[in-house]
Design a protein around this ligand. Sequence first.
Ligand SMILES: Nc1nc2c(ncn2[C@@H]2O[C@H](COP(=O)(O)OP(=O)(O)O)[C@@H](O)[C@H]2O)c(=O)[nH]1
Ligand SMILES: Nc1ncnc2c1ncn2[C@@H]1O[C@H](COP(=O)(O)OP(=O)(O)O)[C@@H](O)[C@H]1O
Length: 205
Amino acid sequence: MSFKEKGLLVVLSGPSGVGKGTVCKALRARGTHLQYSISVTTRKPREGEKDGIHYFFRDREQFQQMIREDKLLEWAEYVGNFYGTPVDYVRETINAGQDVILEIEVQGALQIKRRFPEATFIFLAPPTLGELKKRIIGRGTETADLIESRMSVAKSEMELMENYNYVVENDQVEKACDRIESIVLAEHCRVDHIIEKYKDSEGAD
Ligand SMILES: Nc1nc2c(ncn2[C@@H]2O[C@H](COP(=O)(O)OP(=O)(O)O)[C@@H](O)[C@H]2O)c(=O)[nH]1
Ligand SMILES: Nc1ncnc2c1ncn2[C@@H]1O[C@H](COP(=O)(O)OP(=O)(O)O)[C@@H](O)[C@H]1O
């Protein structure tokens, strides 16, 4: 019997500074079987960042046009810049049977929850709020004022944890990667995913 299995949409989110970027980079380095969506942003490229590799860098007018043309699965304004996920890539990759991971902030994750509830939502959590603060300070990208406002945003973002299917503590990067890999494996065996797979295969021998 042959059947076509759709890929999963995995949404990895959590407060700024928790380590989303670091964990995604480590998953890539491991060669974990996931496809990484490239977001569109209006923020300026940082040194070493390339268009079409790290982000699609666009101006505000181009971004607004993508919203009008319904080309974004979700989008959010974050610290004065816009970020969004191109919908075509996600749809095509999932339909081709491959799993896609999105590394996005929490507002965007909540939009996906409304539009695409069957996605797998993983909240990356810090071991403690004190540790989160240390990481934000350690990254050195924020001024003292901004650190306090990031922390108050982070506290309210922590309360959104209940909207997710899984919480992964990012105590150690490699352990967090192990947990995410286990979740993806388990999601492929979920009964509703399997039933969908057989429905889609009706008529196949
Ligand atoms: N909603 C949404 N958030 C995104 C998207 N792409 C990146 N982000 C988030 O935007 C935030 C800022 O990203 P970035 O400017 O690259 O800075 P950094 O990740 O904090 O170093 C991070 O929390 C990202 O996870 C997207 O397509 N949609
Ligand atoms: N498990 C971890 N233990 C200690 N430091 C970490 C861990 N994960 C990430 N970090 C550090 O925390 C800071 C924020 O990580 P980053 O990936 O930029 O967060 P985010 O993408 O969620 O904003 C970085 O300096 C990173 O090296």
